[in-house]
Structure formats: structure tokens, C-alpha cells
Write a new protein. Sequence first.
Length: 418
Amino acid sequence: MNAIPRPDNEASFHADPVSRQTFNEVMVPTYAPSDMVPVRAQGLDLWDQQGKQYLDLTAGIAVTGLGHSHPAVVEALRAQADKLWHVGNGYTNEPVLQLARALTEATFADRAFFCNSGAEANEAAFKLARKYAHTKFGPHKSRIVSCVNSFHGRTLFTVSIGGQPKYTEGFEPLPEQLSHVPFNDIEAARAAIDDDVCAVVVEPVQGEGGVLPADPAYLKALREFCDARGALLIFDEVQCGMGRTGKLFAYMGYDVTPDILTSAKALGNGYPVAAMLTTESIAAAFSVGSHGTTYGGNPLAATVALRVLQIVNTPAFLARVNQAAELLVGKLNGVVRDYPQIFSLVRGSGLMLGMVLADSYRGKAKDIIKAAEAQGLMVLIAGPDVVRLLPALVISDAQIDEGIARMRAALDALVTPQ
Ligand SMILES: *Cc1c(COP(=O)(O)O)cnc(C)c1O
């Protein structure tokens, strides 16, 4: 084997100092990041450039479900990094086959397609649904029904299906044959799911839309309407899947089986990877060349996801998620009771939780995020009226107590004029 020469500029690699200010000078302005720049993290602890410690209850938006730098995942990634990174889809690889086998054994699905992000997994699901209906029923069956205030990603197709007009304005012309219905409204769904519908897509727990769980009767009704009309039911579990609700996938807690399920975010614990899962007969609507992506299920990504899945998909791990969720919800309800001028209620599922703002505090979720950050606590918003908590699923009882203490300190600072 020939030795690979090391670069001669090694000493200066990554040496240029950068700060939050640099963002405005070099980045397309699609985000407004915090002033704090994270540099290092372990578990739920995170440190910024100044060495200040934060308790992270965001998990990078439901991504680092096992916490930052989980040792078993790091080890799997390191071992694979020395072995094989990437080969392209002219070849398959061992980790991707093992991952597909594990995911299909763990779910309703018989077939998997891998890609790199939630949007791409949904894009694949929508294309598959269109192709399936086109092949089986003809081109008239192309309408996709989704929910108002849903979120399915930012490609033009997925963002058009997500029912938030503020994200599509200025990007017209948009893809056609899409309808939006109010979430959890059975009668509206019944009226919208007609014979021209090829698929209905829903988040079992809406994330970006405000941390809203679907009613069990709603998902059951969607299943029924889809079956009656020959439409496919797609569950977008990009945010609520992979243990977040206390089940491996949220559908398992509803007893409603989708035809297609998408997973991303926590699937790779921070390594970009996503999956679309479906049945053998639906998958058969795709053939060689129908769809694809360069990185999808490359050996690095598949190795990480397989390790994550092995850790999350055990009864003991999921039981602990439920136990931690119960403890956290109890304490959050205490916070809501003690700060009625700020919060009205806690809602969500498992460790996917939203604290809904009181009427007098509407629109001010960002103020709370800022106040929390000052106390060394990282939390999220879900729209202007909801503070969202998505802690790593491995959160300890002590970390729950610490998070609540920092949250209370932040709220005290907000209600007491300084
Ligand atoms: C985050 C999210 C997506 C988009 O995933 P990306 O990886 O950002 O493309 C899609 N659906 C849901 C429910 C999400 O929460």
C-alpha cells in the first residue's frame, strides 16, 4: 500500500479565528443564530467559545437523541472512517444492508430508501406516492393532501406540501395538485380525500407547527379514508420518530400503520442520514433509475444510523424515555402553575414537549429562549407562541432538575424588572 502524503499546511488548518460576527460577513442570511457559538459538547452539556457551559434541551432540534458525542456512536464512526467512507450507488455496502434489515425488522416496512435529510426522505415519499398512483390508477390520481401548519422540509415540493404560506411566498410557481386541511379535523379530511388523491401526509406529532400530537381518532380516520380511496398514508416521523415519543416510531403508539414512513433527524444522531420506509408492493412502483441520490446510505452514514438504532430500539431504553418524560412533564406543569402570566399549558408526547404561552405573553417565545440562554439553558421555539423542549433521550433525573432550575431562574429574570 502506498503511503498518502500529509498536507504541508497542516499546522495552519482551522487556525483562523471566527466569531458570530463572521456569520454576517460570509453566510447567506437564511438564519439568525444566537450570539453564542458552540464549540464542544458531551451528552447534554455544551460549551461556547468563552467556555461557558449550557444544558442543551434542544438536541440540535431533535437530532442528537443519544446526546452529543455518544461514545458508542463515536466509536462506530471512527472504526468505519478507517475502513470505507463512500462508494456510490454502483455498489452496495455492508452497513447499508444491515441498516435496512434492522429498520425493516423493527417496523411495518419491507423496503428502505436512504438519503441525507428529512426533506429528501419526504421528497422520495411524495414522488413514490405519485408514481405508485400513476402506475396503478392513471395520471388523474395525483393530489397530495397535507395539514395546515405542517412542516415537511424546504425543497420546493416539500415546502409547498407543508402548509405554511410564509415559507412559499416568493417561490412561485409552486408544484400543483396539493391541498391543505386543518390538523386533527376529521370532517375536513373526509371532504378533501377524494378519488384524485394519491397520498395523505401527516406528522403524528406536529413539531414546527407547535408541538401538537394527532388525536388517535384522527389518524385512524385518515387510515380509513385512504383505504377507501386507494390513497397512500404517509407518516412524517422526521422529528417525532426514533424514540422521541417513547416508542421507536410514533405510529406504534397509535396503532395505525402508514404505507410510507420517513425518518431523519435522530436517525444519525448528528450524522446526516434519512430513510424512507415502505412495503414491498409500494416500493415496486420505483425501478432502476426512478430515483436516487449520491450519498444516500453511504457506509459512514449507515454505520452511524445502525449503531443509533441498536441503542434506541430496546425496551429498557424506551421505558426510560417514558419515565424521563413523565418526570419532566410533571415539573413543567409546576412551572406553568407558578408562572401563569407566562404559560398556559404543557403539551406534546414523550420528550417532545411544548410550553404554550399565556395570552398576555403571546408572540414572545424568543424572549424566553434568550433569557434561558443567559442562565445557561438551551431551549427552542415552535412558532412565536410555544417554547419547545427536545432534550436528548438520555437525559438524567438530575439534568431534568437542573433544566427546571435554570428555566425558573430565566423566568424570574423576565418577570422581575432588572
Ligand atoms: C425537520 C423536519 C423536516 C425536514 O428535515 P430536514 O432534514 O431539515 O430536511 C421534515 N419534517 C419534519 C416533521 C421535520 O421536523
